[in-house]
Ligand binder design. Structure first.
Ligand SMILES: NC(=O)c1ccc[n+]([C@@H]2O[C@H](COP(=O)([O-])OP(=O)(O)OC[C@H]3O[C@@H](n4cnc5c(N)ncnc54)[C@H](OP(=O)(O)O)[C@@H]3O)[C@@H](O)[C@H]2O)c1
Length: 333
């Protein structure tokens, strides 16, 4: 049994801004931490632990997982469970822990999608790996065209009535799927707390209808890959650094994404951020947080320094119309 000397910073709640999640009673930190990359068994456990404890010390109360985060699948939940057990369990009631099921997890017909069979089994597995009785938010990770939406909705609701999840969320559902699922959820007394879409300066899809539905239904949003996986930072300004996400084996961010056009935009945005007295990563996060549809930005980080950098986004958060117009011009160039 590992022994921890961790005691959370007593000033942690002075350092963070908390925003109401839709029309619920839940506040989320403006910046939350996701464990998709950097927290699997392939990664350095102590580095991951430092990032998580440092995040909590700075007021980040929300940690986002999914069944298949790692690699290998499940290992981010196992590592987070180890940190919970050894360090954070005294603070369990101060944490919002989320996990998800929807994508490929185990072999055979029941390890993927949106069936009741998969969702319930996956949640049970996640609870074991995390070493907790319940998660705060359980998501359907994606809309599954092979499963009637009512089946997925009833499975999510069942998790809440069994006490295995306090709230439910939807991720990657388009506006119409979100409307249908959230109306069904509301009608059976399990309102949808939150939606998790991809949103950044480079990916604007939620502006095309999703945010309208969320506002109408009183649902909050936590936006993933807000730094476009590192593109909206200074990480790739002078090449592809060793150890960066783009340099590691990974199909989600490859050197093909770093076209001359993208690099030009990153350079121009970086100059604009410098004129504002901040880093590009900070400007990219502040730009998202200026929209009241966004409850929280869900960042990833491979070091405590990166996380600290990102937290500075809260220091310079206002934009002039001139700056906003310039950003649009750069993004549309
Ligand atoms: N619902 C879904 O389908 C879905 C999908 C994807 C992600 N997510 C969630 O969203 C979370 C965040 O996604 P993401 O990791 O793609 O987010 P991101 O914040 O856009 O990218 C994080 C990566 O950017 C780099 N980075 C971060 N801060 C930096 C800084 N200040 N300076 C330089 N580089 C910096 C790091 O990459 P290096 O490794 O290069 O250092 C870091 O791992 C995930 O962990 C997960 O919880 C959900």
């Amino acid at each position: 049994m590992e022994t921890s000397k961790y005691i959370a910073d007593e000033k942690r709640y002075d350092k963070m801004v908390y925003r109401k999640c839709g029309q619920s009673g839940i506040y989320l930190p403006a910046i939350s931490l996701g464990l998709w990359h950097n927290f699997g068994h392939v990664d350095n456990y102590l580095n991951g632990r430092d990032i998580i404890l440092s995040a909590f010390d700075k007021g980040i109360t929300h940690f986002d997982l999914a069944n298949n985060y790692g690699p290998p699948y499940g290992s981010a939940e196992e590592n987070f469970g180890r940190i919970l057990k050894n360090d954070l369990m005294p603070y369990r009631d101060e944490l919002i822990i989320s996990t998800k099921a929807g994508y490929d997890m185990w072999p055979g017909p029941y390890g993927n999608g949106g069936s009741r069979k998969y969702i319930i089994a996956s949640c049970n597995q996640s609870l074991k790996r995390l070493g907790v009785d319940y998660v705060d938010i359980f998501y359907s990770h994606r809309f599954d065209p092979e499963t009637p939406i009512v089946e997925t909705v009833l499975a999510l609701s069942q998790l809440v009535s069994q006490g295995k999840a306090l709230y439910v969320g939807l991720s990657n559902y388009n506006p119409e799927q979100t409307r249908v699922a959230s109306e069904m959820l509301a009608s059976i007394g399990t309102p949808c707390l939150i939606h998790q879409p991809k949103y950044s300066m480079f990916v604007r899809t939620p502006e095309e209808g999703l945010f309208d539905v969320l506002e109408e239904k009183g649902i909050g949003s936590i936006v993933f890959s807000p730094l476009a996986q590192g593109l909206l930072t200074d990480r790739y300004l002078s090449g592809i650094p060793e150890g960066s996400r783009m340099a590691r084996p990974n199909v989600f961010l490859t050197k093909e994404h770093l076209t001359q056009g993208v690099l030009d935009k990153i350079r121009r945005l970086n100059n604009l951020a410098a004129e504002r007295g901040q880093k590009l990563s900070q400007m990219a996060l502040a730009w998202l947080l200026r929209d009241s549809h966004v409850t929280s930005v869900l960042v990833g980080a491979s070091s405590v320094n990166q996380l600290d950098d990102n937290l500075q986004a809260l220091q310079i958060s206002d934009f002039t119309d001139f700056e906003l117009n310039n950003i649009e011009k750069i993004l549309k160039a």
